[in-house]
Write a protein that binds this ligand. Structure first.
Ligand code: GAR
Length: 202
């Protein structure tokens, strides 16, 4: 059984979509641990409710990023795939290299457009008509790794960050479990910047 380690910073609805897909029998994987970089966040409660081991590795308690990441790595021991689900920190190149090809992120825009921490705000300020979400493998850049799946969402004239984010999240909750399922089933092949989905080739 593929073991997942999920890293979150807050509310944890992306985490919940993965928990739900496993519980519905759609995703044949197990979440070994949920880690957060902040205390008292909903993601910890969601994990606890689902009977999943959960630990806060509070960034504020560590003198350096290296010490913080060493603690994350300790807790991720034995995990096959690290899943960033609303984890709002940049991981070091060392961490990323350690999990090369086994570290996924979801970002709330159609990358490479609007990377960074304020995607919806940037989308609305720019005036694009279509946004969406992207699941990608993580490389050493910010939101720049090889793309696995994307989903598009219409941007409406009266959208606020909240309404756009809600519409994008609906799609996130569909494509994140799907991308993890493809990984678990060995159907993702990374070739440079490209991720081939093997079932699509059959
Ligand atoms: C999601 O929209 C996710 O794409 C985004 O944070 C939100 C987390 O929601 N991630 C990033 O912006 C990463 N740069 P959640 O806590 O409800 O899962």
């Amino acid at each position: 059984m593929t073991k997942l380690g999920v890293l979150c910073s807050g509310r944890g609805t992306d985490l919940q979509s993965i928990i739900d897909a496993i519980q519905r029998g759609e995703l044949d994987a197990e979440i070994s641990i949920v880690l957060t970089d902040k205390p008292n966040v909903m993601a910890l409660e969601r994990a606890a409710k689902a009977g999943i081991k959960n630990i806060c590795v509070d960034r504020k308690q560590f003198a350096s990023r290296a010490d913080f990441e060493a603690e994350l790595l300790k807790n991720l021991y034995g995990v096959d795939l690290v899943v960033l689900a609303g984890f709002m920190r940049i991981l070091s190149p060392e961490f990323v290299r350690r999990y090369e090809g086994r570290l996924m992120n979801i970002h709330p825009s159609l990358l490479p457009a609007f990377p960074g921490a304020h995607a919806h705000r940037d989308v609305l300020a720019y005036g694009v008509k279509i946004s969406g979400c992207t699941v990608h493998f993580v490389d050493e850049g910010t939101d720049s790794g090889p793309i696995i799946l994307q989903a598009a969402v219409e941007v409406r004239d009266d959208d606020t960050e909240e309404t756009l984010s809600a519409r994008v999240l609906e799609q996130e909750h569909i494509i994140y479990p799907k991308a993890i399922k493809l990984f678990v089933e060995g159907k993702l092949k990374i070739e440079g910047r490209h991720v081939k989905i093997l079932e699509a080739l059959q």
